[in-house]
Design a protein. Structure first.
Length: 172
């Protein structure tokens, strides 16, 4: 839904959720609230969790504003987190479940089933490039390889120019 405006995306997701409630669809997740892309954009685990839960509460508030019952749509929400090598990732599931359950119970009065945070967690490539770059090998590469590449490209261009001259000369 990121290709649409926020208002349209929420309305679309609200329509889907209303259909699920009307048709009594259970045990199927109408929306997966993702934090994976937030982590891939560079957020640390704590920021990923905060923004993802904020997105989840946005859906909750919007669905409630449309007159839906928290106990009807709460069980149909799921979450998607990124995982990595930072130590905070070890507890992201437990922390998110505790925050979600307390907020759903105390702020919205949700039943135990609607308080459950279901999530999927997946490793990412972020942990592979999160380390600081050592610039010395980069400089060595630049000093040794780039002149070689320029030389090869120059020879190739000279060869192509000779070939074009031969072709032009034959067809003139």
């Amino acid at each position: 839904t990121c290709i649409f405006s926020t208002e349209f995306a929420l309305r679309l997701m609200g329509d889907v959720q209303a259909y699920f409630i009307d048709q009594k669809v259970r045990n199927f997740y109408s929306v997966s609230i993702s934090g994976y892309h937030i982590a891939e954009a560079g957020a640390n685990p704590i920021s990923q969790l905060a923004f993802t839960l904020a997105n989840g509460f946005t859906f909750v508030e919007y669905y409630l504003s449309r007159g839906m019952d928290i106990n009807d749509f709460g069980p149909n929400l799921s979450f998607f987190f990124s995982n990595g090598i930072d130590p905070e990732y070890a507890v992201i599931g437990r922390v998110s479940r505790r925050i979600w359950a307390k907020a759903m119970a105390k702020k919205y009065g949700a039943n135990p089933r609607a308080q459950m945070l279901k999530y999927h967690i997946q490793t990412s490539g972020r942990s592979l490039h999160a380390q600081e770059i050592d610039f010395k090998p980069c400089m060595r590469f630049k000093i040794t390889v780039i002149p070689y590449i320029r030389m090869r490209m120059t020879k190739r261009l000279q060869h192509q120019r000779k070939s074009l001259f031969v072709v032009r000369w034959r067809f003139s």
